[in-house]
Design a binder for this molecule. Structure first.
Ligand code: RIB
Length: 340
């Protein structure tokens, strides 16, 4: 393996001069630095990243912890983070974010030992003790996690739940169930609050029996959807807290011969690409998923560069109209959302 010593010998210069030039540090003329780089290239010199990071005080590495890479929402989020990491020559470590704080803590501690420059976390489980584990490592909470000690980048989840339910109300529905996300997550709590606010605003009762929690996956949507419909046979619409839950509900309706949208209208939330290809195409409140990843990485870079605290970022959602909502009241049709 070619070392910096070999490069120095070939250049007839000191190791210190060559090391400064190869690490882009001052103290070497431009012409000499170019000559060193040329000779290093000719020798096939590969910088020792560990040594370089010790010199630069940075590993040029950030970590992104996400809870479920089998859900299409998260790979899209990763692509957004990756695009900004690439722009800044950063290595991105993708780590599974466990649902349990006791499992999360050792992973955060390991990242700290690895000297990552910063952490992006989709926080399914974050308690005070865990937040301490970030230590002085710059960190941004992405998608989940309430504003507080760390900057956040997310959408207004309550408003998203409200918009989904409002769309069904505007189409004339008055018996609207809610297929909720995991109750422990604040994104689920906020979306349910938006559903409840829309019903209350319309003068409709908000009853617990109208809500059943899934698990943000197709199976949970199918299972909890069945229970919701069994418990409320008079429902004409359901707001599902994420698209995968809605897809599970669509499968249940197909099994039971329930016509979507005529017998049951369904609205999801996320705007994953798969939602375009369900039968019928799912109407959904789309999150700017890739933009969330891009914005979170930019916020983290601002923190790393020491530019002081960064503000929370809230991005807008938009209603994407598919074919899963039946307009019960023609006069209400004007409220239908953005066509695909
Ligand atoms: O579909 C997965 C859900 O978990 C999304 O709604 C996203 O907001 C994440 O929190």
């Amino acid at each position: 393996m070619v070392t910096v010593y070999d490069v120095a010998q070939a250049c007839g210069l000191s190791i210190a001069s060559v090391s400064r030039a190869l690490n882009g540090q001052p103290g070497v003329s431009q012409a000499t630095a170019e000559r060193i780089a040329r000779i290093a290239g000719e020798l096939g010199y590969q910088p020792n990243e560990v040594a370089r990071s010790l010199v630069a005080g940075s590993t040029q590495t950030i970590a992104l912890l996400v809870p479920d890479i089998t859900n299409p929402f998260f790979p899209e989020l990763v692509k957004g983070v990756q695009s900004v990491a690439d722009e800044n020559d950063l290595l991105l470590l993708l780590v599974d974010a466990p649902k349990d704080a006791d499992e999360l803590r050792p992973r955060l501690a390991a990242l700290q030992r690895k000297q990552v420059d910063g952490i992006l976390l989709v926080a399914s489980a974050l308690d005070g003790r865990t937040e301490e584990l970030f230590g002085d490592v710059p960190a941004v909470l992405l998608d989940r996690g309430r504003s507080g000690r760390h900057a956040t980048v997310r959408v207004d989840q309550e408003a998203a739940g409200y918009a989904a339910t409002r769309h069904l109300l505007d189409a004339g529905h008055t018996r609207i169930g809610h297929l909720a996300g995991p109750e422990v997550l604040e994104v689920s709590q906020d979306r349910r609050a938006g559903w409840a606010r829309a019903l209350t605003e319309a003068g409709l009762p908000v009853e617990d029996r109208l809500v059943l929690a899934g698990d943000f996956e197709e199976e949970g949507g199918h299972r909890a959807g069945a229970q919701l419909l069994d418990r409320n046979p008079d429902l004409t619409a359901v707001f599902a807290a994420n698209d995968l839950s809605a897809i599970g509900l669509l499968a249940l309706c197909a099994e039971r011969g329930i016509d979507v949208p005529r017998e049951l209208s369904v609205v999801g939330l996320d705007g994953i690409e798969l939602a375009r290809y369900t039968t019928p195409a799912l109407t959904t409140v789309a999150q700017p998923i890739r933009e969330l990843g891009e914005a979170a990485c930019r916020s983290l870079l601002a923190l790393i560069s020491g530019g002081g605290p960064v503000a929370d970022v809230t991005l807008p959602t938009r209603l994407v109209a598919g074919a899963s909502v039946h307009v019960v009241n023609r006069d209400a049709a004007v409220a239908v959302g953005v066509p695909r």
